[in-house]
Design a binder for this molecule. Structure first.
Ligand SMILES: NC(=O)c1ccc[n+]([C@@H]2O[C@H](COP(=O)([O-])OP(=O)(O)OC[C@H]3O[C@@H](n4cnc5c(N)ncnc54)[C@H](O)[C@@H]3O)[C@@H](O)[C@H]2O)c1
Length: 394
């Protein structure tokens, strides 16, 4: 005898969290009005069940062998090794700018064995060379196979598969990221000139601020397709947002999934409607006021570090956030990730670089994930796009 289920909004939130876009409603099930409303809002289709289940896999020789080798249960087999999810080690990673962020990226990349060759380039004589030497000296302990090279010569980007650009000025106390626009745009243009001749097939990750504007500069000056010019900010802002939510809810950051979109600045758009704590909507743990405070903390996070440091801005979290993008490119991380890309009509926005969720791969941008946003979140994205257009005089 089948038991009647009452399907509430939470069951649908849980299904969405597990990546489902359909929910099976069996005869006799009661679906609450709130659940129907939630389904429409978060993009889950209610499907009259029972849904036909996929048939059992056919047993071939290879499956039988794997089953025989791993005798856990008659039905259990080792998962097929998937070539597409095996992380790729880069031949060459180039870092233009070996200051606070660039040096930390090099350190993380060397320790994670991400590339055969890590080349650091900095206009200031000795800076990149010293860092490369320091990292090579550490390899006797870390065992890193990466060979680090430092230079002042931008042409050393030649042959790099991924180039991370952190060259330029960082902001000081009282400065906004937009204050850096003129000086850093010149750095982007001169760097792009060399990249397009020496590394014409590279994927470029821009980190230099103001991020969205500098990504536009790099895109224009290299003439590369949008797939190969990405901006890093969303991974950092999302990490800051997750940290704030975890602190407020008294859980560990690993219990939190949340991301921010939009611009890297005052027009950042944290997306609470998709955020979860222990798989549940934020409202299960936090009040409206607490959520608003976490949003504010994510937006002002960079400024808080600048105010404390007095000279320069954050370096460690931005380096981890850049590594996260490289991991998506080389297949060491899966799913979508917030990244700044030129939009071509996605989310109703065209001709401006903005942080959006996207899938990355060996050739850069694979696809933008046009998730459902609330009206407020979409409005925040539109505001960010307008602000960038205004700053760029578009
Ligand atoms: N997108 C983000 O989320 C994010 C986060 C943190 C910092 N940033 C930005 O990243 C940039 C770097 O920050 P940082 O803390 O590493 O600054 P930093 O001052 O420590 O390092 C910048 C380095 O760039 C070098 N440089 C300047 N012009 C150059 C050129 N033409 N060619 C090669 N090298 C050049 C400088 O000599 C310096 O060593 C800043 O613009 C900062 O605002 C962005």
């Amino acid at each position: 005898m089948s038991t009647k289920r009452v399907i509430g909004a939470e069951a649908l939130e849980d299904a969405r969290q597990r990546g489902r876009n359909q929910f099976e409603v069996l005869p006799g099930d009661i679906v609450t009005a709130m659940a129907r409303e939630t389904a429409a809002r978060i993009g889950i289709q209610l499907v009259d069940g029972p849904i036909e289940k996929p048939s059992a896999p056919v047993t071939d020789g290879a499956t039988a062998l794997r089953r025989g080798l791993y005798r856990r249960s008659p039905r259990w087999v080792t998962p097929q090794a998937s070539k597409s999810t095996r992380p790729r080690r880069l031949r060459k990673l180039a870092l233009v700018g070996a200051g606070g962020v660039g040096a930390n990226i090099a350190h993380l990349a060397a320790n994670r064995d991400m590339a055969d060759d890590i080349t650091l380039i900095d206009i200031a004589p000795g800076v990149a060379e010293a860092m490369a030497l320091d990292l090579n000296h550490a390899s006797g302990i870390t065992g890193s196979r990466a060979r680090c090279v430092g230079s002042t010569d931008l042409a050393m980007v030649a042959g790099a598969e991924v180039i991370v650009v952190t060259a330029g000025r960082a902001r000081g106390p009282g400065m906004t990221r937009a204050d850096l626009i003129d000086v850093n745009a010149r750095v982007m243009r001169s760097t792009a000139e060399v990249i397009k001749t020496q590394a014409p097939d590279a994927i470029v990750i821009v980190v230099t601020n103001p991020l969205d504007e500098m990504t536009v500069e790099m895109l224009r000056a290299t003439g590369f397709p949008r797939e190969r010019v990405l901006g890093m900010a969303g991974t950092l802002d999302s990490s800051r947002f997750r940290n704030a939510l975890a602190m407020a809810a008294g859980v560990t950051p690993a219990d939190v999934t949340a991301f921010t979109l939009g611009s890297h600045g005052d027009e950042m758009a944290p997306i609470p409607s998709h955020a979860r704590i222990k798989g549940r909507a934020l409202s299960a743990f936090l009040s409206e006021e607490q959520i608003a405070a976490c949003v504010k903390d994510a937006i002002t996070g960079g400024g808080q570090v600048v105010a404390l440091k007095k000279t320069g801005s954050a370096t460690v979290a931005p380096a981890h956030s850049s590594i996260e993008l490289i991991d998506h490119i080389r297949g060491a991380a899966l799913g979508s990730v917030p990244v700044s890309v030129m939009l071509e009509g996605e989310f109703g926005i065209d001709g401006v670089v903005l942080g959006v969720p996207a899938h990355l791969g060996a050739k850069g941008l694979v696809a933008i994930d046009e998730i459902r946003l609330t009206q407020t979140e979409q409005a925040a994205l539109n505001t960010a796009a307008e602000a960038i257009r205004t700053r760029l005089g578009l």
